[in-house]
Design a protein. Structure first.
Lengths: 95, 658
């Protein structure tokens, strides 16, 4: 149970989904003028983004994005030196 | 090497490198699952899951221009309680800031309210009879005077909601001419005038309230003189710390729940209760907290649907989404599907129990009114035709809620304004103000949205009056630093646990029926052991880097804390009552448990359990026999207690019959 993308071409860049989503699923790509379904695993399927999607870019899926219930999958590592956060907290990584 | 956001995007948007970006994991999962059973993804056809072609997560947004605020009153969370608290304080001349980790009108439970009721003597309501029903359904642990107080104020709160334009309902689907489920967007558009989600921000704006959306309060700060003086929050979109210095703080952050496996877990994560707990305040009512499973026609409804095998919160499901379904039909379906006794008993207690004193008063004041002009039950988004027939969906799943008007911060049973033991800190609404107004079963259908509004009104007025009497205190620097460090701690480790793993695992621990419904000590301890492991070994190693990750880390921590509360309270209550059922103690134990269980943080950081006495007048007639006191029964209870057929008949039993 999750929001899903029906057709990214139909996204008109209104950012309704970005503003509305209570679970912070959506971000916005200013360069492409498209919303980004960044964290669908946190979708609570309230469907308000879908109802407010002007272009009809979104749909609701019967599938739910999730993480596997295993330690191996859950343990995640980031290439942090390449991330935008490295500069902000330079020197504090890898403690 | 320094990368700006644009470079970051370009670098990671190309090809398989997207696998590195957060969020793309799920994209991959979609593609993988979509291919199952289909040789060619094109064969899936229209209406099935689409091919996802997302851009990579573009990274956090730019930090907001302003990160330090000052206000007279800061309101944390903005459902019914937060809205009323903010508006009331603003109308009292206060400079009010609302912080909401999502967006007011879309966050929390308020958008999912299905109906409302209020007390109105002019419509024939009898206060004493209503309170007596509440005493039965609440099984002698409900705050009689507290509920009287909310009922007395409920009409005013309703009228305010009417004034705000929040009481409209969707039109009856056949009348709208839109009856096909596939026309969901058309139906939504046709009902836009009565749609309440978007009106929250309009109301706040009209009242001059400053709203900080996507801003999650994390800590309430307490000045040296012991009074609350503001909050530290996380602006989620940008991953930036925000502070609000305020004369008064009102927590309206709502409740939380654990949902059964397979269900989405939303943003209701006991944030307010956990912030209060961290300050040393006592939390009550957690053993009665329940999950609310949801479905498409009734997103906030637990009682009709919690025994369904698996009810999708949104997706159209055969007849239940295409034909009007009456209450009775739904109830019959639910009864036929039930698996766990306590759930069914609760349902019967709710919808079957009436005052057994011959007064004929039903607890269903919402739909039970014989007056055809009774305006109540007006604002159901998912029900039309005066609530008699379901007409269309309101779309969506509630993020989870506890037993209504029960758990939260214990402020003393006589407290009506939500003033906590910490000066300047107020609580209002579901899951926040633990006045146990409804006792141990949700007693009055349709009362919650109104009562949350009442509590918001009262807390807003009290906070405003208090704010007038004090000066703004400076935020304690050390506390700001400590709180900020804690927010960003998940960024300081390079290997760790995804917070989503904690949330998922907690769901698996807390939602099985042997933990959630039919409890016993062995299973509760087993769950507690796992929760303690998460608390001690996993939570400190949660990592994340985006603002979103940080939010999920905080939420996961809160859920772990609240899970421990729930388990310890459930272990302490060695009896069965209301929504709390213990296999080894299957009956009410009036001698030992006409009390509440409090949870608080000791000086050494451990959770302590305490007994909180209740006033004698809540306890009803203690000389009456068991059958009279408890007309709602657990399965096998009548036989085990040797209740005669006459006694059962005389007291109007609604016992489980299977």
């Amino acid at each position: 149970m999750s929001v899903a993308r029906l057709d990214l071409n139909k996204c008109v860049g209104c950012q309704n989904c970005v503003n509305i989503c209570p679970m912070d699923v959506f971000y916005f790509d200013e360069n492409a003028n498209k919303s980004v379904m960044a964290f669908p695993e946190n979708c609570q399927s309230c469907a308000q983004c879908y109802l407010h999607c002007i272009g009809g870019s979104l749909t609701m899926s019967t599938l739910r994005a999730s993480y596997a219930m295993s330690g191996g999958r859950a343990l995640r590592t980031f290439p942090i030196e390449k991330s935008q956060y490295a500069q902000e907290t330079s020197g504090s990584w890898g403690k | 090497m320094e990368l700006n956001r644009r470079d970051f995007l370009k670098k990671f948007a190309a090809g398989s490198a997207t696998a590195i970006a957060a969020g793309s994991l799920s994209t991959a999962a979609f593609a993988e699952e979509a291919q199952v059973g289909a040789a060619n993804i094109e064969q899936l056809g229209e209406g099935t899951d689409p091919i996802v072609t997302e851009f990579a997560f573009p990274g956090d947004t730019a930090a907001p221009d302003q990160t330090e605020y000052e206000a007279d009153v800061v309101v944390v969370g903005c459902g019914w309680a937060g809205l009323h608290a903010a508006v009331t304080a603003a109308r009292a001349g206060q400079n009010v800031i609302v912080v909401d980790k999502g967006r007011p009108g879309y966050s929390g439970m308020a958008p999912f309210s299905q109906g409302c009721t209020y007390f109105d003597a002019e419509l024939g309501d009898n206060m004493d009879a209503n309170l007596k029903v509440l005493q039965y359904t609440g099984e002698y642990l409900c705050n009689i005077e507290g509920f009287r107080h909310t009922l007395e104020n409920s009409k005013q709160a309703y009228e305010e909601n009417f004034e705000f334009g929040l009481t409209g309902g969707y039109m009856y689907a056949p009348a709208s001419g839109i009856t096909e489920f596939s026309q969901d967007k058309e139906y939504f558009q046709a009902n836009l005038a009565n749609e309440r989600h978007h009106k929250w921000m309009q109301v706040l704006s009209a009242e001059g309230v400053t709203v900080l959306p996507h801003t999650m309060a994390v800590n309430v700060l307490v000045a040296d003189d012991g009074r609350a003086c503001g909050i530290v929050a996380l602006h989620v979109k940008s991953g930036t710390a925000v502070t609000v210095a305020a004369k008064a703080v009102i927590l309206c952050a709502g409740s939380g729940s654990y949902k059964p496996g397979g269900f989405v877990v939303g943003g209701d994560t006991f944030d307010g209760a956990c912030m209060a707990y961290d300050l040393g305040l006592t939390i009550v009512g957690m053993e009665f907290d329940d999950f609310h499973q949801t479905n498409s026609f009734a997103p906030g409804d637990y009682y009709f649907s919690n025994t369904w095998d698996y009810v999708e919160p949104y997706t159209p499901y055969d007849t239940y989404n295409t034909a009007p379904v009456s209450d009775d039909e739904v109830a019959q379906y639910a009864a036929g599907k039930h698996s766990f006794m306590s759930a069914n008993r609760v349902k019967q207690g709710l919808y079957g129990l009436a005052a057994n004193d011959g007064s004929g008063v039903s607890n269903r004041t919402t739909n039970g009114s014989a007056n055809p002009d009774d305006p109540r039950c007006a604002y159901c988004l998912s029900w039309g035709d005066q609530g008699k027939n379901r007409t269309a969906d309101s779309y969506g799943a509630c993020p989870g809620m506890p037993l209504h008007m029960a758990s939260g911060v214990y402020c003393g049973w006589d407290e009506r304004n939500g003033a906590t033991p910490i000066t300047g800190l107020y609580v209002a609404g579901d899951g926040e103000f633990g006045d146990m107004a409804e006792g141990v079963v949700y007693g009055f259908v349709g009362s919650t949205s109104t009562n949350c509004s009442v509590q918001g009104d009262l807390a807003g007025a009290a906070a405003a009056a208090y704010a007038d009497s004090v000066e703004l205190a400076e935020l304690p620097e050390d506390q700001v630093v400590a709180a900020t460090d804690a927010i960003f701690a998940p960024r300081t480790i390079t290997k760790g646990w995804d917070p989503n793993y904690v949330v998922d695992r907690l769901c698996a621990i807390m939602t099985p029926p042997e933990v959630q419904l039919t409890k016993n000590a062995v299973n509760l301890y087993a769950a507690l052991t796992q929760v303690e492991y998460l608390r001690d070994k996993v939570c400190p190693k949660m990592m994340g880097y985006s603002g979103h990750d940080l939010r999920i880390c905080i939420e996961a921590q809160h859920k772990v804390t609240s899970a421990e509360m729930k388990l310890r309270a459930a272990l302490a209550r060695e009896e069965s009552r209301g929504t709390h059922y213990r296999e080894e103690f299957p009956y009410r134990d009036d001698a030992n448990f006409l009390c509440h269980i409090g949870l608080s943080k000791s000086d050494d950081g451990h959770m302590t359990v305490s007994r909180i006495e209740i006033p004698e007048e809540w306890k009803g007639d203690l000389t009456a026999d068991y059958a009279t006191r408890y007309p709602g029964r657990f399965p096998g209870e009548e036989e085990a207690l040797g209740l005669t057929a006459e006694a059962v008949e005389a007291t109007g039993s609604y016992a489980h019959k299977d």
